[in-house]
Design a protein around this ligand. Structure first.
Ligand code: DAH
Length: 343
């Protein structure tokens, strides 16, 4: 027996591992049993020279104590497992599968739209879903007899009141709230849920989502609007996307336009998605009507601005070729799983 042998054995003991309770008992026998390695060393101790007895004795006692401690630690490990009632637990069994959640395509599209405009310096503004007539219609230059003010189109919460409260029909209401609140210049995108009294079909729903955009500053021009939309659609639908603007009418913008993008499915050649035209409508836009600026106390002789509004469902439909609006609301996991790879 040498000092090195004792040291080596000490190291070996520190590293001992057991897979099951029986292993602990085997270890005890191997080292501390009647014919165990440590027991044998104690027998050899008798023939150690008297002047070395003290040193060897201390080392052997340490070895024995450490071995007993290590064995106890290993034993306790199994006792804990038994207490927890899982002594029959099969650690080699493959784990239970669990479903990985996915983000809803509307959330994905909304985040992407906001990210793109975020890069252009647009802040995000939000407003209430339950609104008053002023913010949804009057301040946006809707004439008193406009059909959108009709119950056929708008959900009124208090239909008989002279002070109508309603579910907003568009996020343009947040434009008004932003103009009332924020210092100029303003550059915001306003995402949110909107409500319209419409029959549910593949192309229409009574609840959907929009993102409104608003930019007001000195000398903002229609060219700025065109450029902002072009940059946006190229980020969203790919660098080769073209835009086309058709004259249109909205009470809150003058001039107004409807914006189309070149069909991202057929590349503009004409297919059944773009109905053979090569173009897909994606948003309404225009220069903010001076009446709208003045209604929110912005001097329309000094400031101009542009606004645009798009349906998130529509953007997501075009981007991922979803052919029925109802898929977004039915939460069929087979549909939602399709977007796992988009995240
Ligand atoms: N609010 C319009 C709608 O819901 C969309 C829209 C069109 C918003 C033109 C705008 C705009 O800001 O300039 O159909």
């Amino acid at each position: 027996m040498t000092k090195e042998e004792i040291e080596q054995l000490l190291q070996k003991i520190e590293d001992l591992k057991a897979q099951k309770l029986q292993d602990v008992e085997d270890i005890r026998v191997k080292f501390l049993g009647k014919k165990g390695e440590i027991t044998k060393m104690f027998e050899e101790f008798r023939s150690v020279l008297p002047e070395q007895k003290k040193e060897f004795g201390q080392k052997l006692n340490l070895l024995k104590t450490k071995a007993a401690e290590r064995i106890e630690v290993l034993r306790q490990g199994f006792e804990n497992v038994q207490i927890a009632g899982c002594e029959k637990f099969d650690f080699t069994k493959p784990g239970d599968k669990f479903e990985l959640g996915t983000r809803h395509p509307i959330s994905l599209a909304r985040e992407e739209i906001l990210d793109i405009f975020g890069k252009f310096g647009y802040a995000v503004a939000e407003g209430p879903e339950i609104e008053d007539d002023w913010h949804v219609f009057t301040a946006l230059n809707f004439p008193p007899d406009h059909p959108a003010r009709d119950m056929q189109d708008t959900f009124f919460i208090n239909p008989d009141s002279n002070d109508p409260i309603l579910l907003r029909t568009h996020t343009s209401s947040v434009q008004v709230r932003t103009m009332e609140r924020m210092p100029l210049p303003i550059r915001v995108v306003c995402p949110g849920r909107v409500f319209r009294n419409e029959a549910i079909s593949a192309r229409a729903h009574c609840i959907f989502h929009q993102v409104e955009g608003l930019y007001i500053d000195k000398n903002v021009s229609f060219a700025d609007l065109k450029q902002a939309i072009l940059l946006f659609v190229r980020e969203m639908f790919g660098p080769d996307t073209q835009i086309r603007m058709r004259p249109s009418y909205f009470p809150f913008t003058e001039p107004s336009t409807e914006v189309d993008i070149s069909c991202n499915i057929c590349g503009g050649k004409g297919c059944n998605i773009c109905k053979g035209t090569g173009w897909l409508e994606i948003m309404g836009a225009g220069m903010v009507d001076p009446n709208v600026l003045e209604a929110s106390h912005i001097d329309s002789t000094k400031y101009t601005g542009f606004a645009f509004g798009m349906g998130i469902e529509r953007i997501a439909m075009l981007k991922w070729q979803v052919n029925d609006l109802r898929h977004y609301f039915e939460n069929d996991v087979r549909f939602l799983r399709e977007f796992q790879s988009v995240i």
